[in-house]
Design a protein around this ligand. Structure first.
Ligand SMILES: NC(=O)c1ccc[n+]([C@@H]2O[C@H](COP(=O)([O-])OP(=O)(O)OC[C@H]3O[C@@H](n4cnc5c(N)ncnc54)[C@H](O)[C@@H]3O)[C@@H](O)[C@H]2O)c1
Length: 330
């Protein structure tokens, strides 16, 4: 492919408007050619000139110059959009979690494989500059024994990202597939594997619905073990006030420990400290995880670089998570 990559956004809600679109607009290798949402008001709120806007999926996919589709609809709606985009020959970057259940996630990966198109999961935390730097520091920690992640927030039933009335599908067990755990744990689970170079292969979960009045978990503790024996612990929650310390990532080894505070999230902020044993601030620089993620996927679609993550591996992690959340085999 020559020239810029033509992107379409399917699902023009919070993450697409506030994080994906700015990332794409800042990338000289990308141009946004098409937008799709079933809600015309959501389409109208996307601040981009010249893109074809359509509530009709077929019309969206037929937009001339469309090369890649970013899927950012609620979890249970990922599958039909990915299947349609893949069948139309488009590369697909699908938001996490891959789907609301295992069967749909498998279908997502199969659709891309059968169509021969590139599929990526939008685990944006892989691309945070602090996490990229932390990955380089891991060999300095000695034998890594544990990864501990806290990724929590406040998400009541009437939560809205921007003050406008919002359809809070995140607390709908059918459309989300669960609550805090399926929404937030995929990030830490993916990140642990990316940082260590080996994935969690055994996982169990304890769920709570303690604070909010809804039918999904509002908090969870997950414990896992990687193939090489590293312990991985995740605390994720919708029941922690945002004003409290609530985002922390620790990698613990026999010679040192790395601690990232307030890095888990959509922006490039936060801090990184290395303890060996005394604390040293570790500088990091880079774009937002969304910018880096879209730049990498755009480069892969353009044939300038390889997308380094296998969808089969992302599917295996999704299956592991959902098996743990259901308390039994998926
Ligand atoms: N990587 C991250 O940091 C991150 C952050 C937020 C959300 N997400 C993921 O992104 C996805 C969207 O989340 P959000 O917070 O932006 O949701 P949202 O509710 O703000 O936006 C979803 C949009 O999809 C549209 N929509 C719903 N069903 C549709 C369908 N069948 N066809 C077309 N449009 C449809 C809605 O009208 C809405 O505009 C979810 O999978 C979520 O897990 C990821």
């Amino acid at each position: 492919m020559s020239g810029t990559v033509g992107w379409g956004i399917a699902g023009c809600g919070w993450v697409a408007r506030d994080h994906a679109l700015p990332a794409l607009l800042s990338d000289p290798g990308a141009r946004v050619v098409a937008l799709h949402d079933r809600d015309p008001a959501a389409l109208a709120r996307m601040p981009v000139e010249g893109a074809h806007r359509s509530t009709d999926l077929a019309g969206f996919l037929a937009t001339p110059g469309l090369d890649a589709v970013y899927v950012a609809v609620p979890n249970a709606a990922h599958r039909p959009l990915v299947e349609a985009a893949a069948a139309a020959g488009k590369a697909v970057l699908c938001e996490k979690p891959l789907a609301a259940d295992v069967a749909d996630a498998r279908a997502v990966v199969t659709a891309a494989r059968d169509a021969g198109v590139l599929l990526g999961t939008a685990y944006d935390q892989r691309w945070h500059p602090a996490h990229v730097r932390l990955r380089e520091l891991v060999p300095e920690l000695g034998t890594v024994t544990a990864v501990r992640v806290v990724y929590c927030c406040w998400l009541p039933a009437d939560w809205t990202p921007d003050g406008r009335p919002h359809d809070n599908w995140r607390v709908d067990p059918v459309r989300a597939g669960g609550g805090a755990a399926i929404d937030l744990a995929p990030h830490g689970l993916d990140l642990a594997g990316v940082l260590l170079g080996e994935d969690v292969v055994e996982l169990s979960a304890r769920l709570q619905t303690r604070v909010h009045d809804y039918g999904v978990d509002d908090g969870a503790l997950l414990t896992g073990t990687t193939a090489g024996g590293v312990l991985v612990g995740l605390h994720v929650a919708f029941n922690t006030p945002d004003a409290l310390p609530r985002r922390r990532l620790e990698v613990v080894g026999t010679r040192g420990m790395a601690v990232a505070v307030d890095t888990m999230g959509q922006t490039a902020g936060g801090s990184l400290t290395l303890y060996r044993p005394g604390p040293v601030d570790v500088p990091f620089a880079g774009t937002s995880p969304f910018q880096a993620q879209f730049a990498a996927f755009t480069a892969a679609v353009a044939g300038r670089a390889r997308w380094p993550y296998d969808p089969a591996r992302d599917l295996a992690l999704h299956r592991l998570l959902l098996t743990a959340l259901s308390g039994g085999p998926a």
